[in-house]
Design a protein around this ligand. Structure first.
Ligand code: K7E
Ligand code: CUA
Length: 649
């Protein structure tokens, strides 16, 4: 069963490239069209049955589509500003984004209780800037961005949630000299560079994240992972590439060995080790050295440069995608446990035991070329995305019959072509103990002109596949912004998002709800305006200030009606906020130029939306307009300090 790849990377790439050039035509035969159309048709006014939350890759955002229609419904901005919702312009979201205006989002994870989605939060990782964000599903908005995580570089093997949302587990794609900021020559990679696995603690009530602890690892490039459940409760698993520890020309140098080492992590033991004082601090985080704390980390060899590592709904089978070998490796967690207990090791790497391959592997399933990720339907079947073959392969999980064991080709049951080069795939609820099954979405890296020509840049395609029968059925396809990696599917009936922010729950100290409390005050060069927004006016609709002033504007949308959203854009000031009903938003600017700057509602709200406007009047420093309006008369004449250089003068 030791299969060595017959397809080195260069050939694989050629194969992939050839495949992508061949298909502009549809493969749906005429007889299936009506049935397929009906299967994904959601009539006007009717609603989808599932949410599809898919990561936006280097666009930094989450996209929400409906299933089965595959219609894009909304974008949830996370790691990048998004003018459509004013994200990244108001003080709160600007503070969350910090110094970064992008992120590279890969793996969304819905929060879980007892290995089932609990509908509270969606966590997403940022590979580029080492962050994790939390979206609250009560309002579909980003509420926290944690990071950059200390001692963690390339937060790609993330965000994997534990069965009761105790932790988000992350592993590093890159290794660097630690702590961050230390410099060493990449030639000394093996000695000086380290990777890290992190446990990000999630507050069970609020979802607030903080860095819990970290496990120091050799400088392998950790790849995809997942968390255990059932028999593997308390454990987590990651694949790796580059156990060669190459630091250059990785395309060649990191694919030398036939096997790479996967990590088997006992995260409960890690938690306990920290509680027992067996850690040392680095950059404010308790660090566990697994060579000194036995029982936290083990290695398992699996086929060359694997990618995905997915735990099935029973928690017993762990499937590694071969990527450079034409098979998935199925580990049996009971055997993993026995090998650990009986010390069935084949040596160690820097003091970390390596479990004996033959002792823990149930089989290598010949699924085809370029297996990446595997999902499960809860009925004993697995579905693997094939990057090179451009298909989804359905196969049978163990237990296998003797006949099947003799020839594992017999466990491979069906293949459906995708277009093209499938990366991730998602089966509805696959990572819970009770998948919904029924739908699978393939997220393809290339679409190669299957859509109307939109120039050299082509959108990625998503394809909806019905997995309810013995044979998979390709139903529909759609296109997305760059670039979905993984996705989560949640039944619509399982959550009840808010329709407005109730006035009683608005805790913003600067919220104002009636005219008497609105107005502009001036204190030295600090000008504070508190406005209400309602169809179709801002109150007040004049804000007076002077060059050099620090202007703070709080706008409260006092509507309590669903969908009555108002915006606040200021001409030539790069200000653009959006207030949902009952919400207060704040922006702060230093005024540098004199003039009259209209502000207006950006969100179409009524027949008189166009009339919803006002003026920011900025006079020269120390020269207030006699007619300037303030809530506390007399303040207007206080001179503002002269700014050093004022372009308005
Ligand atoms: Cu999950 Cu795209 Cu980050 Cu595989 S990675 S495809
Ligand atoms: Cu308010 Cu348009």
């Amino acid at each position: 069963m030791k299969t060595k790849t017959k397809y080195p990377i260069a050939i694989a790439i050629v194969i992939a490239a050839t495949l992508t050039s061949c298909g502009k035509s549809s493969s749906t035969n005429k007889g299936d069209r009506t049935a397929n159309a009906l299967a994904s048709y959601v009539a006007p006014g009717e609603k989808d049955e599932y949410y599809l939350f898919y990561s936006g890759g280097h666009s930094g955002q989450v996209f929400v589509a409906g299933i089965p229609s595959l219609r894009h419904i909304v974008t949830i901005p996370v790691f990048a500003p998004y003018p459509g919702t004013g994200y990244g312009f108001d003080e709160e979201s600007k503070k969350m984004l910090g110094d970064f205006t992008w992120g590279d989002m890969h793996h969304p994870a819905l929060s879980q209780t007892d290995s089932k989605y609990d509908g509270r939060w969606l966590f997403v990782n940022d590979n580029a800037n080492n962050r994790i964000a939390r979206i609250d599903l009560h309002d579909f908005k980003t509420h926290q961005i944690l990071g950059p995580i200390p001692n963690s570089i390339g937060n790609h093997g993330s965000s994997f949630i534990t069965e009761n949302s105790e932790y988000i587990l992350c592993a590093t794609r890159f290794s660097v000299p630690l702590p961050k900021g230390r410099v060493a020559d990449p030639k000394d990679y093996e000695k000086e560079f380290s990777g890290m696995a992190s446990g990000i603690k999630v507050d069970p009530q609020t979802g607030e994240m903080k860095v819990g602890w970290q496990i120091l690892t050799p400088p392998f490039d950790w790849d995809l992972g997942s968390t255990g459940k059932g028999p593997s409760s308390g454990w987590a698993f990651w694949t790796s590439y580059n156990t060669e520890m190459a630091h250059d020309v990785l395309e060649v140098n990191s694919s030398q060995k036939d096997r790479d080492l996967c990590a088997v992590v006992n995260w409960r033991a890690a938690e306990k080790a920290v509680a027992d004082g067996k850690s040392t601090m680095m950059d404010g985080v308790p660090i566990i050295d697994p060579a000194k704390v036995p029982g936290v980390l083990y290695f398992v060899p699996v086929g060359k440069s694997p990618h995905g590592m997915d735990v099935d709904p029973s928690g017993k089978w762990i499937v590694a995608g071969g990527k450079l070998q034409p098979a998935t490796t199925v580990l049996n967690f009971e055997k993993v446990q026995a090998a650990i207990n009986n010390k069935t090791f084949e040596g160690d790497f820097r003091g970390i035991p390596i479990l004996k391959y033959e002792a823990v592997v149930e089989g290598e399933v010949p699924v085809g070329l370029g297996p990446l990720h595997t999902q499960f339907d809860g009925k004993g079947f697995a579905y693997t995305s094939m990057f090179i073959d451009s298909n989804i392969t359905k196969w049978k999980l163990p237990p296998w019959t003797d006949e099947e064991k003799k020839d594992l080709n017999k466990t491979v049951l069906d293949k459906v072509p995708c277009h093209f080069s499938t990366g991730h795939l998602v089966v509805a609820g696959s990572d819970t103990k009770n998948p919904y099954g029924k739908w699978l979405v393939a997220m393809n890296k290339l679409s190669a002109g299957r859509h109307i020509n939109v120039g050299p840049v082509q959108p990625e395609s998503s394809q909806l596949i019905d997995i309810s029968g013995d044979k998979m059925k390709m139903i529909a396809e759609a296109y997305t912004e760059p670039e979905p990696h993984f996705a989560q599917i949640l039944k619509v009936s399982e959550i009840q998002p808010a329709e407005v922010y109730p006035k009683a729950e608005n805790k913003d100290p600067n919220a104002v709800w009636d005219k008497e409390n609105t107005g502009v005050t001036r204190n030295g060069n600090q000008v504070v305006a508190k406005l209400t927004a309602i169809r179709s006016r801002f109150t007040p609709d004049r804000i007076d200030a002077q060059v050099g002033d620090d202007l703070t504007v709080h706008v409260t949308n006092i509507e309590q009606t669903r969908d009555m959203i108002h915006g606040f854009g200021v001409i030539e000031q790069n200000i653009n906020m959006t207030m949902d009903p009952g919400e207060t938003k704040t922006f702060h600017i230093k005024l540098t130029k004199a003039g009259v700057f209209p502000f207006y509602c950006t969100n179409f709200c009524s027949a008189l939306h166009q009339e919803m406007q006002g003026y920011l009047v900025v006079s020269n420093a120390g020269q207030p307009l006699p007619g300037a309006v303030y809530s506390q008369p007399g303040n207007a004449t206080q001179p503002a300090p002269q700014p050093a250089a004022s372009p308005g003068n």
